[in-house]
Design a protein around this ligand. Structure first.
Ligand SMILES: Cc1cc2nc3c(=O)[nH]c(=O)nc-3n(C[C@H](O)[C@H](O)[C@H](O)COP(=O)(O)OP(=O)(O)OC[C@H]3O[C@@H](n4cnc5c(N)ncnc54)[C@H](O)[C@@H]3O)c2cc1C
Length: 413
């Protein structure tokens, strides 16, 4: 018998899209959120969206997620002019001539991506880059890859419109409802309790708390999840009087050879980021999400990380060297797994509990696929080897909770 009542813990993009999917499948859905919707990584995300991955299952999943975000306004019955969640400016990976190994791998990955249904991805020579993206310094490049249907999301629109539609469909969203414990019967999770003392019973519980997921699994009696909360920073770079009013908005998301990245935030600002070593913070609290270490804060001198990042951008995109300055630094947590792929599946130790967490920096873009895959697992009542989305089979084995973590996603940003 398919489960009637599903309780989702966590009201970010994953919780919103999964609740919608399960309601459409006829389930009775309640979402419990400790703070307010979007209180986690979903409101702090760079929200870039790409199909260019190195894991075949993720390429297929992202082709589906991209098509889903393209039809979001229609699927979520948004008012005219609302619900445009995806900006498809494309995604440009630049490769320098001094790293032929990276370039060889990139070209092999394009062949694999095409074989897995990503037909929009192109291999560009330096001359093509110079012609199509004059902001890029093409002379030091050996080549680039570009996918025009990639881009970035408006994550706030995803979860705000997502929960509007969830409530229209009869789903319940309870905010300020932090789950603090669970009750089992015959070894199966049958209820959770909130900090306010309320109890919510259900047939299945989904842990959609991402960076908090190990803690939530632990307090419910579930398995130990290999997810590390790791701080990541974003910088907002103002163009000043460089470029004209419309130029920035046409730039693709650009990944420089050093893997510093940027995309337009609005007509005047680039959003930029760059991965760095950071120790996991397993005991972080909600307020810690916005704490900015002095070494990373743009107001603490010219030797901080934001300025190092700006120099990387300036090498790859010379006009940015003349930009007016960094206006803001923001932060949030990635929920990192050992192989940089999320965990989708039934808890191996606690029947009744399903996990959808550990997105490792790509959970916003993956949202529609996460919803489709996890809804299929919930409704099946067991783990599945694959799921079919838009007629395409996607292997779920690389995402199982109890996998060996022996094949890492190579395109991590
Ligand atoms: C700086 C940064 C840049 C990023 N860039 C990208 C990007 O370019 N592209 C991309 O796709 N992704 C990116 N990500 C990752 C992406 O934002 C996340 O993977 C995604 O938002 C995860 O959504 P979620 O709904 O699973 O989790 P979250 O949005 O984190 O939601 C989890 C929710 O669970 C709630 N919660 C926690 N504990 C409890 C409890 N005990 N009871 C009830 N509720 C609880 C939290 O309050 C929170 O609202 C980035 C993240 C950061 C921080």
């Amino acid at each position: 018998m398919p489960p009637k009542k599903v309780v989702i813990i966590g009201a970010g993009i994953t919780g919103a899209l999964l609740a919608h999917r399960l309601l459409e499948e006829g389930a009775d859905v309640t979402v419990l959120e400790a703070r307010e919707k979007g209180a986690g990584s979903s409101s702090r995300s760079a929200a870039c969206s790409r199909q260019q991955f190195s894991t075949p299952a993720t390429v297929r999943a992202m082709v589906y997620a991209t098509r889903s975000y393209e039809r979001f306004a229609e699927d979520f019955r948004c008012e005219p002019g609302q619900g445009q969640v995806l900006v498809q400016n494309g995604y440009l990976f630049l490769y320098n001539a001094d790293d032929p190994a990276a370039w060889a791998t990139a070209q092999q990955q394009v062949a694999m991506q095409r074989a897995n249904g990503l037909h929009d991805v192109e291999v560009l020579r330096p001359g093509d880059v110079a012609e199509r993206f004059p902001q890029a310094a093409a002379e030091s490049l050996v080549g680039a890859t570009f996918c025009a249907t990639d881009g970035f999301l408006h994550p706030d629109v995803v979860y705000m419109e997502g929960f509007r539609r969830v409530e229209e469909l009869g789903g319940v969203l309870r905010q300020n409802a932090q789950v603090v414990g669970g009750t089992t019967a015959n070894g199966r999770l049958v209820a959770v309790q909130t900090a306010a003392g309320e109890e919510f019973r259900g047939d299945v519980f989904v842990n959609a708390t991402n960076a908090w997921a190990p803690r939530v699994s632990h307090l419910l009696g579930g398995t130990e999840l290999p997810i590390s909360p790791v701080k990541r920073y974003l910088y907002f770079l103002d163009r000043g009087d460089q470029l004209d009013d419309r130029a920035l908005m046409t730039w693709p998301m650009t990944i420089t050879p050093s893997r510093a990245y940027c995309r337009p935030e609005n007509a005047d600002q680039l959003l930029a980021g760059w991965a760095h070593h950071a120790d996991p913070e397993p005991a972080f609290d909600w307020g810690d999400q916005d704490l900015i270490d002095a070494h990373f804060f743009h107001k603490t001198g010219l030797d901080n990380y934001g300025f190092q990042l700006w120099m990387q951008l300036a090498e790859a995109l010379p006009v940015t060297a003349e930009f007016a300055g960094i206006q803001a630094t923001t932060a949030g947590f990635y929920a990192v797994t050992p192989d940089h792929n999320p965990l989708f599946g039934w808890d191996p130790k606690l029947p009744g509990l399903v996990h959808a967490a550990g997105f490792s920096g790509h959970g916003a873009m993956l949202g529609p696929f996460s919803a489709a895959a996890v809804a299929a697992l919930v409704l099946a009542g067991r783990d599945l080897p694959a799921v079919v989305v838009d007629g395409v089979e996607v292997d779920l084995r690389p995402l199982r909770v109890d996998r060996a973590f022996d094949h890492s996603e190579g395109m991590v940003i």
